[in-house]
Design a protein around this ligand. Structure first.
Ligand code: AMP
Length: 538
């Protein structure tokens, strides 16, 4: 069977997932749910104990909010204890718990699911409907992630693909995929800005296009800024007005909260097209046997007042990213909008004011990422894959913990990838036999504010040797210590590598080497840790 067109480009979104394939050099969307082009990224457990995915799962969000998992993209690859996860626990209606490796996980009924498992159910559904549509098995995919995703998150998405039975040929940054959808094979020579305001995250990338060379010049974003924050502003407004009128706090009722959230998002979307709406929610609460309703007019103007600081924040981030490379907003040749929230009229108006030109029409904000991913997949599958060159950058610094909780950057923001940085291993702490290095990723100068990626424990005898932090073209980290007598031994850090996991890997490695050497004493560890990848994956 012809395999062309059988590599999927998947945009695994916070709210919706969509998929494209390429036929005759043209990227086309695959219908995924009820004839539509998007599949809600929702997984639920029905009252009858069935696992539901997509539209049917989303349908029961009002009646069964505790067993309906949405927004997995905001949680995947994050430690349970991280500040973001703890904050999200207050916002989400389902239970977020600690998974087996200390990562955030979720509860459906009595069972705990990891986020890669949840996302794999969405991806498996995408695989099945694509196979039905394309008429044959599909094994390979390119999956897009926000440029801002760290190493843990990228690995977790790869794992989700693997669990869904897909070989993930490449993780691609969403803005890069969007730029491909806009400029592939068009022979352009310009600097563009991709403004991606999705359901949960904001990403901005400045890219130079020369023919089919797509070079990311700078990138930035906020993993905590997206459409749901706009919804929450309306939700807070509704709650406040209701409390003022009835002296009742609806936050106590999960079902009322879910109804308000759903109505707020719908009102926000309607206000993109029309200037006034009314949020109507009959019987939202009962008071002394009397039903109470929400009936609240909302104008576009009020929505803009409630959310203008969120929009302003996106432009502050654009300015920082441009300033980091000394590029003026007026030097941008085209602005590409991605993500549903970028449809908001206020966003479009501010794009015009800020960049002196309207955003590019004709690139579909919901579809371009999946299409770009599919084009990349197609290009990778061709013998002449040199026809396309992607030059991407690291969006968040990677470094190690230094004394006093400080963060020492090893790989800087906007390092082009693949890339590598080496330094000499320091001496172990006084009295210690090992050099211990905690690896983090993030923008803060304090390690506590950054994401923990893993810990390296290296034989103290190797102090002074060269150590390399290497980034693959998918922006995945591996660490190599130069031990010429043994050859370099790479360590790949993966999502589930926790200190416990590393200890278990070390113990296993010691046992193996003792057996190999037939001795009770493990011989000194050669380079760095042996591979610790996937030990929890089982
Ligand atoms: P995405 O992650 O790209 O699927 O973006 C989904 C987000 O876009 C959600 O927060 C939606 O509420 C929001 N959205 C979708 N359509 C519109 C619209 N017409 N106007 C404003 N926001 C929208």
């Amino acid at each position: 069977m012809d395999n062309r067109g059988r590599i999927l480009g998947i945009d695994l979104g916070t709210t919706n997932t969509c998929v494209a394939h390429v036929r005759n050099h043209v990227a086309k969307m695959v219908p995924t749910d009820r004839g539509g082009l998007t599949l809600p990224s929702v997984v639920a457990l029905s009252a009858r104990g069935e696992l539901l995915v997509g539209g049917v799962a989303k349908d029961q969000i009002l009646t069964n909010p505790r067993n309906t998992i949405y927004g997995a993209k905001r949680l995947i690859g994050r430690p349970f204890q991280s500040r973001i996860v703890q904050e999200l626990r207050d916002h989400f209606t389902y239970d977020i718990v600690a998974g087996p490796g200390g990562e955030a996980a979720v509860k459906l009924g009595e069972k705990v699911y990891t986020l890669p498992q949840i996302s794999s159910l969405v991806l498996a559904q995408v695989k099945t409907v694509s196979e039905q549509f394309l008429g044959g098995e599909v094994r390979e995919a390119i999956i897009s992630v926000p440029a801002y995703y760290n190493d843990n998150q990228r690995n977790a998405v790869k794992e989700a693909g693997r669990l869904a039975g897909l070989e993930v040929k490449r993780i691609v940054n969403e803005p890069t995929a969007a730029a491909l959808a806009y400029g592939f094979n068009r022979g352009l020579d310009q600097t563009i800005l991709v403004y991606d305001l999705g359901g949960g995250t904001f990403d901005v990338s400045v890219m130079k296009l020369h023919g089919n060379v797509f070079e990311v010049v700078a990138t930035g974003g906020d993993t905590f800024l997206g459409g749901v924050d706009f919804d929450n502003r309306i939700v807070d407004h509704v709650l406040e007005e209701f409390r003022r009128e009835h002296k009742i706090d609806l936050r106590q009722s999960p079902i009322a909260m879910q109804r308000i959230k759903t109505a707020s998002e719908a009102a926000k979307i309607d206000l993109t097209l029309i200037p006034n709406v009314v949020i109507e929610l009959p019987f939202i609460e009962e008071h002394r046997g009397r039903p109470l309703d929400v009936r609240m007019p909302l104008s576009r103007e009020l929505l803009e007042r409630l959310t203008s600081d969120l929009v302003d924040r996106t432009f502050e981030i654009c300015d920082q990213v441009l300033a980091s490379k000394g590029i003026s907003p007026r030097a941008i040749g085209e602005v590409i909008l991605v993500g549903g929230q970028s449809r908001m009229p206020l966003v479009q108006q501010k794009i015009r004011d800020h960049f002196g030109r309207p955003a590019r029409k004709g690139v579909h904000p919901d579809e371009c990422v999946a299409q770009g991913a599919a084009l990349l997949g197609d290009a990778l599958g061709q013998s002449d894959s040199g026809a396309l060159t992607l030059v991407d950058v690291l969006s968040m610094p990677i470094g190690i913990g230094a004394g006093g909780g400080r963060f020492r950057r090893i790989l800087d923001r906007n390092s082009s990838i693949p890339s590598s940085r080496s330094f000499r291993l320091p001496a172990p702490r006084p009295g210690a036999s090992q050099i211990v290095m905690d690896i983090f990723q993030g923008d803060s100068d304090e390690v506590v504010d950054n994401e923990y990626l893993g810990t390296l424990r290296i034989d103290g005898a190797l102090a002074g040797r060269k150590i390399d932090f290497k980034l693959s073209e998918e922006c995945l980290l591996s660490v190599v210590v130069d031990v010429p007598e043994q050859g370099p031994s790479p360590v790949e850090l993966a999502t589930r590598d926790t200190p416990e996991a590393i200890k278990a890997a070390l113990a296993q490695d010691d046992l193996r080497r003792r057996q190999e050497h037939g001795t009770h004493e493990a011989p000194p560890r050669g380079g760095i840790l042996s591979s610790i990848r996937r030990i929890w994956s089982g």
